[in-house]
Design a protein around this ligand. Structure first.
Ligand SMILES: [Zn+2]
Length: 384
């Protein structure tokens, strides 16, 4: 296998770039498959792939028969271990970090507690995490996900949980680390992972709903997450679900925050059982069949079904992915969730695939790393 270093990867690829990106996202692929996917003739593909192979951006990994009957075909692939990326998710009390290869596979990770939330203190933590990761392997680029509104992948317009507004985080981190850096809303970053390497990599239109301390929603159309500067201020976090449900702290009856937020669920279980119970314990007790927690999780699953049904009715997604550290509520309440989706859609409608992610909070950091992978692969990194 040719693993000659290639620091610029696709940045000088010109017209060949779509071939490189296709092999990165979907490889290994045969030449016939790449041609079919990109609508290229055999001659065009040969012309476009030759310089990439010469520069080691894509590699010929020889003949494979893919387990199928028939003549083995020669496959092209990318050596994903040539470059590594650092993704971070900034939370209220910690930074979750993951180092990934060029396909978003996690090779190392860390959790760093954070006491102070000023931009200076957070950037100092980010710099320390970057320094530690760089000691292990070269970091090509850095991505940061944050639960807030972000402008053009550089400036945090607003992140209420940190008390931040208009913080030029990408500039600050680039100065501190010397690494090209992108910043984005955490749900958008998760969507980018799913779009490039995850469950929705073959879809043109899909939705992501995240569960946890809040409810997030992302929509991707033809490779583009649908965002504006209002995105990330919590537009779906108070979606109405149950007119007879409990109140959220803003006074809405039965909104998403009141039914789905992990702290609300823990509070209902604590009240019902008369003893302190966490969100995770509530879900586990529901899985074990304890009546109080079962009722709380079923109420939540029914409410989630109303949101999923609305998404299905309004945007006709090919797939809905439910993710975030609260995803287990959808797993344990699955039957109620599916019934609720059906109850809130036309009887003859088809249910798109509903995928549940692992719920591992490293998924957030991996999504952030994909921001940097994309920018690098598409030749958008500037500077040194
Ligand atoms: Zn509310």
């Amino acid at each position: 296998m040719n693993t000659t270093p290639d620091p610029t990867w696709g940045s000088d690829a010109g017209a060949s770039l779509p071939v490189a990106v296709e092999v990165l996202r979907y490889g290994p692929l045969s030449r016939a498959e790449i041609g079919r996917r990109l609508g290229l003739s055999h001659a065009s593909l040969s012309r476009l792939s030759a310089p990439l192979i010469e520069r080691g951006v894509i590699i010929d990994i020889g003949e494979h028969n893919n387990g199928r009957v028939g003549r083995p075909t020669r496959l092209l692939d990318v050596d994903a271990s040539k470059h590594h990326f650092l993704g971070m998710k900034i939370r209220e009390t910690e930074i979750i970090a993951a180092v990934t290869n060029m396909r978003g596979d996690i090779v190392a990770h860390s959790h760093t507690p954070m006491e102070e939330r000023t931009p200076e203190a957070v950037v100092a933590r980010v710099r320390a995490i970057h320094a530690a990761a760089s000691g292990e392997r070269a970091i090509t680029g850095l991505g940061i996900g944050i639960g807030g509104a972000v402008h053009e992948r550089r400036t945090v317009i607003r992140a209420g949980f940190l008390d931040w507004s208009d913080v030029p985080l990408a500039d600050l981190v680039e100065s501190a680390t010397g690494s090209p850096t992108l910043v984005e809303n955490d749900v958008v970053a998760l969507c980018e992972y799913e779009d490039w390497f995850g469950a929705a990599a073959e879809d043109d239109r899909f939705a992501v709903i995240t569960l946890g301390i809040g409810t997030g929603f992302g929509l991707v159309l033809n490779g583009q997450p649908i965002v504006n500067d209002d995105y990330g201020i919590g537009l779906v976090g108070h979606w109405p679900m149950d007119p007879t449900g409990p109140l959220c702290e803003q006074g809405h009856r039965g909104c998403a925050a009141a039914l789905l937020n992990s702290d609300a669920i823990a509070r209902y279980a604590t009240e019902a059982l008369g003893t302190p119970v966490s969100f995770d314990e509530t879900v586990q007790r529901a899985a074990d069949g304890q009546p109080g927690p079962v009722r709380i999780i079923e109420d939540a699953a029914r409410g989630l079904g109303i949101l999923v049904a609305a998404v299905c009715n309004l945007v006709l997604p090919q797939r809905v992915i439910i993710a975030g550290e609260g995803v287990r509520l959808a797993e344990v309440g699955w039957d109620t969730l599916v019934q609720s989706i059906r109850d809130h859609r036309a009887p003859q409608s088809h249910l798109p695939p509903i995928e549940l992610s692992s719920g591992d909070n490293l998924e957030w950091a991996r999504g952030a790393a994909v921001l940097a992978i994309q920018a690098f692969a598409l030749g958008r990194f500037t500077g040194p």
